[in-house]
Design a protein around this ligand. Structure first.
Ligand code: NAP
Length: 482
């Protein structure tokens, strides 16, 4: 396949937290893949910044190890890796102190795009923004990339927005939600708005319900302390599931432009109805061998590692069509997907029990990014009119070939969008605040009631109550497979 990669403009990218876990696993390997693909111009430079004293050679060795560990062997061509490594420098900077900032200022070049990735804890975002401004390191065209979590609730998100706004214009702020960088998420928009087939049916008249699942098989791992202060609602629903919900439910934007898309997403969030306590299930994985409470070292924790809920959008398009959301850790299958379940045909001309059922469009974000649509056909062969459901499968790897399916990881795609100055796939400040305004009352209600999460077996589909949530509506979740 011919590469369609267009190089971006020359840039200086500073990664604050350039020695951290996210930089090592995602950002630096992703940048190398963009380099390998020819998207990074020869003049591009990457500067790692953190408190640790480290010389350039040690940082380069650190990045080489990270690339070798996280990039496929096929792409770790030693000559190309050497060329990439030459682009790297390091500066020791304390986000809260004064050391290192003059040196960083001296390293930045004129006439190139300047981007600053805040891959550090959120408590440092304000300190870094203030120093970038005070040491005149960031010009009016500079961009800052801000990691999650963006606030802990509406109040802290507002305060963070206000802090950043003191030094940067909204057009310079890139709030990252890596789910938006996934190929299939963008394909969701291509499918909805690039075809005539789906959009006329994409409403309450034809859609029975929509399910959004983001399930992980892992537990809280080494992030127990952070996770226990956050929980599934803050860590996953307020951001990732909310974004998927918005892209699925939004009206067609007038064009594929940052504000047009984000205006439509914001309207969806604002149209979300409050969730009643009986429409939401919280869970915590727990068995005699493995327990969330042990993993987070807090035997009294009331934080949820699982949440499932029924959500309604109060507008013309979706009146009466529920959206069911669920996410959890230590579940049976690692999967992120959106399932659009259409209504059954209003009248069957075939005899009863022929096997006919409703069409289902599944948009799979991971693993095996792709889509499939179930359609009902006649079972081949004689013996009458028996109907069966067959999938029209569009796994990218199969439909487009392995090479085309070897799509950039979300992080690398989003970083290139930052360099290009394209904010379409980043969250705007008002969107984040609206999402918190909807989730805050739910979380505050749990805290006020000291709501106890329901236990569920690690490696399962979550608490039984989550299954009942759909059974009550005579529906069921798409089955998770081990
Ligand atoms: P981490 O492994 O703890 O790394 C933190 C980085 O920040 C290190 O490079 C550290 O280096 C640097 N740092 C800490 N204090 C500093 C200071 N005062 N001044 C300058 N640098 C400082 O954290 P992480 O997992 O990479 O996470 C970074 C950010 O990404 C967080 O906001 C996190 O919520 C977000 N995030 C991470 C992941 C993930 O998978 N890791 C996923 C989603 C979001 P020194 O100690 O040498 O200063």
């Amino acid at each position: 396949m011919v590469s369609r990669v267009i190089p971006v403009d020359p840039f200086d990218l500073v990664i604050f937290g350039g020695t951290g876990d996210l930089a090592r696993r995602k950002i630096l390997p992703g940048l190398y893949r963009r380099f390998w693909d020819g998207q990074m111009p020869p003049e591009a430079r990457i500067i790692g910044a953190a408190r640790s004293e480290m010389d350039e050679a040690s940082y380069r060795a650190f990045v080489r190890d990270a690339v070798t560990e996280f990039v496929s062997k096929r792409k770790c061509d030693s000559e190309l890796l050497d060329q990439f490594i030459e682009r790297l420098s390091y500066v020791a900077v304390d986000a809260r102190g004064e050391d290192g900032w003059e040196q960083l200022a001296g390293m930045m070049r004129d006439g190139v795009v300047k981007a600053y990735y805040f891959s550090v804890g959120p408590s440092l975002f304000g300190d870094i923004a203030e120093r970038l401004h005070r040491f005149k390191i960031a010009d009016d065209d500079a961009r800052i990339v801000v990691e999650k979590p963006f606030g802990h609730n509406l109040e802290t998100a507002r305060a963070l927005n206000a802090t950043l706004a003191r030094h940067f214009d909204e057009t310079q702020i890139y709030r990252i939600d890596h789910y938006l960088g996934k190929e299939t998420v963008q394909n969701l928009m291509a499918v909805r708005f690039g075809n005539m087939l789906f959009e006329p049916l994409w409403n309450a008249q034809y859609v029975d319900h929509i399910q959004i699942t983001v399930a992980e098989t892992v537990g809280v791992g080494g992030r127990g302390d952070y996770y226990d202060r956050s929980g599934a609602m803050r860590d996953m629903v307020q951001n990732h599931l909310m974004q998927l919900l918005c892209l699925t439910a939004m009206e067609p934007p007038s064009k594929f432009d940052p504000d047009a898309v984000r205006d439509e997403k914001l309207k969806v969030i604002r149209a979300l109805e409050p969730v009643e306590p009986h429409d939401i299930v919280r869970g915590q994985y727990r068995s005699k061998d493995e327990s969330y409470l042990v993993d987070v070292e807090n035997k009294d924790s009331l934080t949820e590692s699982f949440v499932a809920m029924k959500v309604h959008i109060a507008n013309w398009r979706w009146n009466g069509t529920p959206f069911y959301l669920r996410t959890g850790k230590r579940m049976k299958e690692r999967v992120s997907e959106i399932v659009v379940r259409f209504k059954e045909p209003p009248h069957s001309i075939f005899e009863e029990d022929t096997g006919q059922s409703a069409n289902e469009l599944t948009i799979r974000l991971q693993p095996n990014e792709g889509m499939d649509l179930t359609v009902t056909i006649k079972e081949p062969g004689p013996g009458g009119m028996r109907l069966i459901d067959v999938p029209l499968d569009m796994t990218f790897a199969e439909a487009l070939g392995e090479e085309a399916a070897d799509v950039p990881d979300a992080y690398e795609r989003l970083i290139m969008d930052v360099i290009r100055g394209n904010q379409t796939l980043f969250m705007r400040g008002d969107e984040v605040e609206a999402a918190w305004a909807w989730t805050d009352p739910i979380i505050n209600g749990w805290e006020a009631r000291e709501d106890k999460p329901k236990p569920y077996e690690p490696g399962s589909t979550g608490p039984e109550e989550a299954l009942i949530l759909l059974h009550k509506d005579e529906r069921r979740w798409r089955e998770l497979r081990a």
